[in-house]
Design a protein around this ligand. Structure first.
Ligand code: 1HE
Length: 285
């Protein structure tokens, strides 16, 4: 079912609902899903108006989002025509708008999975890096060609990309124009999963279904608390961790799930099942 009108999105974005999972498509393949301001505004609207789902029992609530790109590429990054003739203050405010939207994605309450293929370039990599899980199809390539365009990253790459691959690798990508392929990307941490061409969306949906099967407060802890704990000083982090488990474990959902395990009604942890679902190699699917 298509729900783009419900979110009043520009033609460069479209949404399909798969029960309570929204598939958000970058839909500007003729420009390789280059991101212009209309697309940024549309992403902002979509993520601000998402029924704040993981705590909601509303029938139309959205509990996970899968983002992918239509056509042969995920995204060619910033629409270069949108900044070729504007002054520095417009670029400054524009960059801050990107930051606000990508922060909303990373720090919202809804887990977001990016499915990557083809070019994941510049601002496209910045968007992917704001997602919580990344799935890359073989053939995906990552680049930060800002240096060769005479500009700089402006959508959060300086913060998020080093968290994935470290500052030295990002410096090399930006100084030399080096690209990484899908297989290198999964080994380096740019993506979590590697799948065959055309299989990314199905994998993204499968992962989303697993994610939403967790208790809402556990997912809240993972998305909201964990990254902040990891950035905090250890004493503060450990206190936050204790607070988070006490909140999650006191919730009825935890009580039901713990009781089910103790009554032998819940699934055991199974490495065999995990290998069947995810493969034995890190990132292999
Ligand atoms: C674009 C853009 C774009 C394509 N802005 N119009 N990003 C880049 O520097 C990447 C630039 N793009 C490319 O290197 C290539 O387009 C691709 C490798 C991604 C794809 O190649 P290909 O052969 O499939 O497509 P194409 O023929 O190059 O492009 C098709 C059309 O899309 C063409 O327009 P047309 O009117 O001639 O049909 C291209 O001009 C257009 N197009 N990419 C505008 N990026 C917040 S700061 C973030 C800073 C950045 O993201 S810098 C990185 C910018």
């Amino acid at each position: 079912m298509t729900h783009s009108t419900q979110f009043d999105l520009p033609s460069s974005l479209s949404v399909d609902l798969h029960d309570d999972i929204a598939v958000l498509s970058l839909s500007r393949p003729e420009k390789r899903n280059a991101i212009d301001f209309a697309m940024i505004r549309g992403l902002d609207r979509f993520f601000s108006e998402l029924p704040d789902s993981i705590f909601s029992e509303l029938p139309d609530s959205i509990r996970a989002v899968v983002i992918h790109g239509k056509g042969d590429h995920f995204s060619a990054g910033l629409d270069l025509s949108s900044i070729s003739d504007i002054d520095s203050s417009a670029i400054l405010f524009g960059s801050q708008a990107w930051h606000r939207v990508f922060d909303r994605i990373e720090h919202g309450n809804v887990p977001v999975i990016a499915v990557l293929h083809g070019a994941v370039v510049g601002g496209g990599l910045e968007l992917a890096a704001a997602a919580h899980i990344r799935v890359a199809e073989r053939g995906t390539f990552y680049a930060l060609p800002e240096g060769s365009r005479g500009i700089f990253v402006g959508g959060g790459a300086s913060v998020r990309v080093p968290q994935l691959i470290g500052v030295p690798r990002m410096v090399d990508m930006m100084l030399t124009g080096r690209t990484y392929g899908a297989e290198e990307g999964v080994a380096l941490g740019l993506s979590h999963y590697l799948v065959e061409p055309g299989e990314g969306l199905a994998k993204g949906l499968e992962l989303a279904r697993r994610v939403i099967a967790n208790a809402p407060l556990s997912n809240f802890g993972v998305i909201q608390a964990l990254p902040r704990i990891a950035r905090a000083d250890p004493e503060t982090g450990l206190l936050l961790e204790s607070l988070m488990i006490s909140v999650a474990a006191a919730d009825d959902e935890a009580k039901v799930r713990l009781r089910a395990f103790l009554d032998k009604r819940a699934q055991k942890v199974s490495h065999k099942d995990s290998i069947a679902a995810f493969g034995a190699q890190p990132g292999a699917a």
